[in-house]
Ligand binder design. Structure first.
Ligand SMILES: NC(=O)c1ccc[n+]([C@@H]2O[C@H](COP(=O)([O-])OP(=O)(O)OC[C@H]3O[C@@H](n4cnc5c(N)ncnc54)[C@H](O)[C@@H]3O)[C@@H](O)[C@H]2O)c1
Length: 396
């Protein structure tokens, strides 16, 4: 073995923390975002409570999963889910596959005794999500839904302000998640555009995120009315020239909601908001203060405090949520040295791993499968109201 004068190697086995073996299904966008979050753990959370060990990725296409397992730092890969779930080194199953592969693989992981995190939407429908929630509870495993925006420091700070009474009584919530690009008519038909195959539009894709933030910050939704619209109603079916598939998912929805605590609000999402890349915003107006958040400026909050500010200085202040005593910021950089979108996953994964090692609850700050289910129940009520024109009373 080559030696280098003065160099002492570290022993990687000396890393503190309890090892948690991880197996991930799906290796594209979210597979990468979650893998990044696992790698960042001991780097930022020190000494780490948990030490994730990236055992395996699982995917259907051997060459592709092999390449991603290598690239993302896994020990190996599987092409069969059952085989991965039989691997005793894996105690956490992370479902980063597309939504139509959420329910059964996650239920199989629960049956195999694994802790589970599953990306949103938790399932193709609320009934399946409820099955997942009840199965995870019955098995006594930790369960988390991928509502990562709860772990943006400014979002958690708003929750803390609400809990501390700084906002006062909440009067209204205005939440809006906008993306562009859903109106490209040549994009081929697939299951994603068919509700009956577990497809989802603006509602299931980004709407559930803003529904979750509404519930996380303001509370449970009691009733709602809604409208949805689909602009591109049919798409070409691949390999069947001239045949078109009927789109049954929404491009955009707008909903008015009444919360159980009496607050009122609007929730909307669009995949056809031309010019909007990933704008996830909310405004909360309370009796003592108002706050405004915009994901595209996630290190900031606009804050208006009704009292304690001289009349001549009244107005919204732009506050940098990067101080050491702001949520999660003790793990990051000196104040003003901002963080980004991917850091929300780092916080989410840390919360989950800590809960596993210390046997602590995921809620109320992390999203459980119950939260994943409730967000889908609200989403289904949005569709029901849009179809019937009626106000829907929520029954969970
Ligand atoms: N939390 C967030 O901010 C966020 C952002 C984007 C996507 N998502 C969610 O994450 C999930 C994955 O999204 P994505 O953009 O990474 O999707 P994607 O379509 O890019 O990748 C999906 C992955 O799932 C795999 N897959 C699909 N069906 C499978 C099956 N039956 N068996 C095994 N593997 C299967 C695919 O091979 C691929 O690796 C979706 O539910 C999506 O809504 C969450």
């Amino acid at each position: 073995m080559t030696t280098y004068p003065g160099f002492t190697p570290v022993n990687k086995g000396d890393l503190p923390g309890t090892e948690v073996g991880v197996g991930v299904l799906g290796y594209r966008f979210m597979g990468r975002a979650h893998s990044n979050a696992y790698h960042r753990q001991p780097m930022f959370f020190w000494p780490p409570v948990a030490r994730p060990k990236l055992i395996a990725m699982c995917g259907r296409t051997r060459d592709a999963v092999a390449e991603m397992a290598l690239r993302l730092g896994y020990e190996g890969y599987y092409t069969e889910l059952d085989a991965m779930l039989a691997d005793p080194r894996i105690s956490l199953f992370d479902n980063c596959a597309s939504a139509n592969a959420h329910a059964e693989p996650t239920l199989a992981a629960i049956a195999a005794g694994k802790h589970v995190i599953c990306e949103k939407p938790l399932a193709p429908n609320a009934a399946d999500a409820k099955r997942m929630w009840l199965a995870a509870e019955a098995a006594g495993v930790k369960h988390a839904t991928g509502f990562n925006y709860r772990f943006v420091p400014a979002v958690r700070f708003v929750r803390d302000l609400i809990d501390q009474g700084v906002i006062g009584r909440i009067y209204s919530f205005r939440g809006c998640y906008l993306q562009e690009g859903g109106d490209i008519p040549t994009r081929p038909f697939s299951w994603r555009y068919d509700l009956s195959q577990g497809g989802y539009g603006a509602l299931g894709d980004i709407g559930v995120h803003i529904i979750d933030l509404a519930r996380f910050l303001v509370g449970e939704i009691a009733s709602l009315t809604a409208m949805t619209q689909t602009f591109c109603t049919e798409r070409p079916i691949p390999d069947r020239p001239g045949e078109m598939g009927r789109v049954t998912t929404d491009d955009v929805f707008v909903s008015t909601v009444l919360f159980e605590n009496g607050a009122i609000g609007t929730i909307e999402a669009s995949k056809v908001a031309t010019g909007r890349k990933n704008q996830n915003t909310f405004e909360i107006n309370g009796s003592k203060a108002s706050v405004v958040f915009d994901l595209e400026r996630l290190n900031e909050l606009q804050v208006y405090l009704r009292e304690g500010t001289p009349d001549t200085l009244q107005g919204f202040a732009q506050v940098s949520i990067t101080e050491r005593d702001h949520p999660f910021y003790q793990f990051w950089w000196p104040h003003g040295h901002i963080i980004g979108w991917e850091h929300s996953f780092v916080g989410e994964i840390n919360h989950l791993l800590t809960a596993i090692v210390r046997d602590e609850p995921i809620g109320p700050y992390g999203a459980t499968f119950e939260d994943g289910y409730r967000a889908l129940a609200v989403a289904e009520a949005v569709m029901q109201s849009a179809q019937t024109g009626r106000r829907i009373e929520m029954v969970y």
